[in-house]
Design a protein around this ligand. Structure first.
Ligand SMILES: Cc1cc2nc3c(=O)[nH]c(=O)nc-3n(C[C@H](O)[C@H](O)[C@H](O)COP(=O)(O)OP(=O)(O)OC[C@H]3O[C@@H](n4cnc5c(N)ncnc54)[C@H](O)[C@@H]3O)c2cc1C
Length: 456
């Protein structure tokens, strides 16, 4: 804890995930700070990652996604919260910002000692005719979650089109099938989930088809045909029209960098805000964290755009601590992500083989399928692991893991190996648990590493 006599004022722009984390950390590190959080929407501290499950009904009450209300942040954490306030301008040389209060449209100047930008990301748009239809949704905010839920509950749509076969497309396919909708997934490539290995993507496609999601390959949206009431009735594609009552566009996100550009913060090669390891931007006393920033990939050493809550919260802690006078460091990420596609868990850690190639690694890949517990045990399921290994050093660069159960812990184990630059010889010597009802004598990780070793 820092005992600074001078009361420093820390302003934070953006209050969904990274902002509240940075604010809470700053106050913990330096209780003498005055922390003010500005949020353009009416909700702060919201679990948007759980939104598909609130839409499907797996989480019974959408209100449960609110982690802290503004009042709780004020009372329990001593953070001042200004919802419905959009920060419109930053004057770095004067250490001032201008924020507009949407309730009365007044713009007010606030002075800061330190500023943290956590302005996040915004959903990509298609920029085609009819995209503004009443039944066309993105999923990025609490408003989006509530609008989709409300539309389903009041308009009773029967058919849905999801555009984009990334992880939100997967989660929304499951959510909408659970609500009984007939789901068509439009994707611009042959297989879903670009970035994963071919075999993993094929298995995901099989799972989608098993659950009656109509997957339209190599399909591009050209326009939306709206009815007179403003609702989209057909999605017009290069492969013909698709009839629908509801459209979800999930074609990825881009960093929200308008403010950063206006304040002349340096952007990185990915187009997101560039920071150093202390999360400091190129402008004095201005920090940034979360989906508005790029993250260093510690396997390739290159900056990457990794818009995930994991990195948003890690980087936000560092920004909050340093803005409060600390000396924290965020070294970067290997990328550790997972998605559940109906009954299939899929995880990806480290580099894909395409990224490894781009980073000029020569690699060897090995794929194995093995039981995740002793095969004679009831309920034993198979798990598939693909390892991507550097040919020269034998270092593990990346892995895909999929199966019905036991995926994430194995992927995390491999992720730690990647982070600590372990070789497949090291991994083959891992001392892993064996006990029949939960783990096999030779864990799939050991089988994969030993099989990969034979290729050297
Ligand atoms: C459906 C879904 C599922 C997800 N699942 C996962 C998952 O399983 N695992 C995972 O790691 N990640 C997941 N993510 C990603 C994760 O939610 C994001 O990485 C995280 O929300 C990023 O937090 P952030 O605070 O940086 O940005 P955001 O969440 O985008 O928040 C930024 C906030 O800043 C506000 N803002 C922007 N500009 C201004 C301004 N000028 N003035 C005031 N306020 C402003 C915005 O209104 C917004 O509320 C998921 C995302 C979605 C949408």
């Amino acid at each position: 804890m820092i005992n600074s006599k001078k009361r420093r004022r820390i302003l934070i722009v953006g209050g969904l995930a990274a902002g509240p984390s940075a604010a809470a950390k700053a106050i913990r590190v330096n209780p003498n700070s005055e922390v003010i959080l500005f949020e353009a929407g009416d909700t702060v501290s919201y679990g948007i990652c759980e939104a598909p499950y609130a839409i499907s009904g797996v989480i019974d009450d959408e209100q449960k996604l609110v982690i802290y209300t503004p009042e709780q942040l004020r009372e329990e954490k001593n953070i001042q919260v200004k919802t419905l306030h959009r920060v419109e301008k930053i004057f770095p040389s004067k250490h001032r910002i201008i924020a507009r209060d949407f309730r009365n449209q007044t713009a007010t100047e606030y002075e800061y000692d330190k500023l943290i930008l956590t302005t996040g990301a915004k959903p990509r748009r298609l920029f085609v005719d009819g995209e503004d239809g009443r039944n066309v949704f993105h999923l990025r905010s609490r408003d989006d979650t509530r609008s989709i839920k409300n539309y389903i509950n009041t308009e009773f749509p029967k058919k849905a089109v999801i555009i984009g076969g990334g992880y939100i497309g997967m989660e929304m396919s499951e959510a909408l099938r659970a609500k009984g909708l007939d789901v068509t997934l439009i994707h611009q490539y042959q297989l879903p989930m670009s970035g994963l290995e071919q075999g993993t993507r094929e298995r995901i496609l099989e799972e989608l088809q098993k659950n009656e999601v109509h997957f339209k390959v190599n399909t591009r949206v050209e326009a939306f045909h709206q009815k007179k009431d403003g609702r989209v009735q057909y999605v017009l594609t290069n492969k013909g029209p698709v009839e629908t009552d509801l459209v979800i566009i999930s074609i990825g996100v881009e960093p929200n960098i308008e403010l950063a550009k206006q304040a002349k913060l340096r952007l990185g090669s990915t187009g997101a805000i560039a920071t150093n390891e202390q999360q400091l931007t190129s402008v004095d006393d201005v920090y940034a964290a979360g989906d508005c920033c790029e993250v260093k990939n510690i396997v390739s050493g290159k900056p990457m755009y990794l818009p995930f809550a994991t990195y948003a919260s890690r980087a936000a802690w560092v920004a909050g601590e340093n803005a409060a006078g600390g000396r924290a460091v965020f070294h970067g990420a290997i990328r550790a992500v997972a998605v559940k596609v109906f009954g299939l868990e899929v995880a990806h850690v480290g580099l894909s083989s395409a990224e490894a190639k781009d980073a000029r690694f020569q690699m060897v890949t090995e794929t194995i399928t093995a039981h995740e517990k002793i095969s004679s045990m009831p309920g034993s399921e198979k798990i598939t692991i693909t390892l991507i290994v550097d040919k020269r050093s034998k270092r593990l660069l990346g892995a895909n893991v999929y199966g019905r159960t036991g995926v994430v812990l194995r992927a995390n184990t491999l992720g730690v190996a990647i982070q600590h630059k372990l070789t497949i010889d090291d991994i083959a010597r891992f001392d892993l648990i064996y006990t029949p009802p939960v783990a096999p004598l030779w864990d799939p990780i050991l089988i994969a590493a030993n099989r990969a070793k034979k290729k050297f």
